[in-house]
Ligand binder design. Sequence first.
Ligand SMILES: [Zn+2]
Length: 435
Amino acid sequence: MSQDYYILKTLNMEDENIHFYKEFVNEEFINGKRCLVFKAYLTYIPEYCPKCGTCYDEKIKKHGFKNSLIKVPSVSKLNTYLSLNKQRYHCHHCNKTFTCATNIVNYGCNISNNTKHSISFDLTKKVSEKDISINNNVSTNTVERVIDSYFELDSKVYKNTLPQALSFDEFKSVKSADGAMSFQVCNAKNRKIIDIVEDRKLNNLMKYFSRYSRQSRMNVKIIVIDMYTPYISLIKTMFPNASIVIDKFHLIELISRSLNKTRIKLMKKDKDNYNKLKRYWKNILKPRFELNSSSWKKYPCFKNLTTEQDIVDYLVSLDSEFEETYQIYQDLLYAFQNNNLSVLETTLNTKYNNISEYMKTSIKTLKGYLEYIKNTFTTSYHNGYVEGNNNFIKVLKRIAFGFRSFTRFKARIMICKGLITPKQKEVENLAFSTS
Ligand SMILES: [Zn+2]
């Protein structure tokens, strides 16, 4: 095997018409940075003149070289270039000149196709566009052009089939987006994001889902949502066959929040027990039967040896309103955790005089959604994994120090989650200008 073969292998290129000079690599300073420059020439005998189409004969003559400096992926962490002398020909049939072509770089472009692939690979990782541009020795504009080449967002993500079970959730969007909250729709079965919509307002979502055929919308049987009223009217119009399931996590969160608010209200009133109420908030939220009542220990803020259960009993007995609210919280928690509909209904329908306003509001909300909470108890679908997606989105946003455009933000999420893959040809065919 020749030297050319091994150097091309090292640079991950394939073109047998490229030949390296004897001193094939050099260290140079380009734009003030130490770089590696590989030196090669490209030559072959063309089959025909690309300008007039005449077959090769003695009237097509060699006409010197044209040099171009091509960016290639870095070698040993150094910015790397390929200084390529391309053979030029002069065709005496049409009196025009032309240059030899190669597959490692497109015509009129100084960024190698390998670099473009490397950028699209980096885009799948949790790094900012700025870092990708530095790693690949290109401008951020180039990185953005690679993102844009992935897809025309709206048309290609769109599919005409919807899975049987869906999850709806929202997340805090970027500043440039139309709404403060963006909307994500996921497949509840395989837990993959189907699409992201800029704004979760009702009319916007109606418009979005009307792109799917009626047949595919009729096919949806279950939709898991949180307690956001517009979703319900959306589902009733757009998904007539779907049964609504309220996510259990959000139900428990609702009652925990109202118990916490009640506790804080008491904390402000009862300064003597402020520290105790503050310190043991987690124990108060715990299901009662999970509290330890047998191991006696020394707990901070308590003088004598005591148990977890005694602590909670003490704190709850401080105030009658808090005590009653706590009881209802425990009943509801039990009902949610054990899918016990009868306990839930009895708790919700009992008259209470002495519970906090916060819990009253929550009970009212739960009563309003009771019809759908029944579905929660009979299915195993939930939105827990969506929180993971939301976390991921948050990290991505942090790393990028925010996104200026929602479209690119969405593109990055979809690329990182592997929901869209680049079309090799499209990445290669990007029109990059020679600078
Ligand atoms: Zn010609």
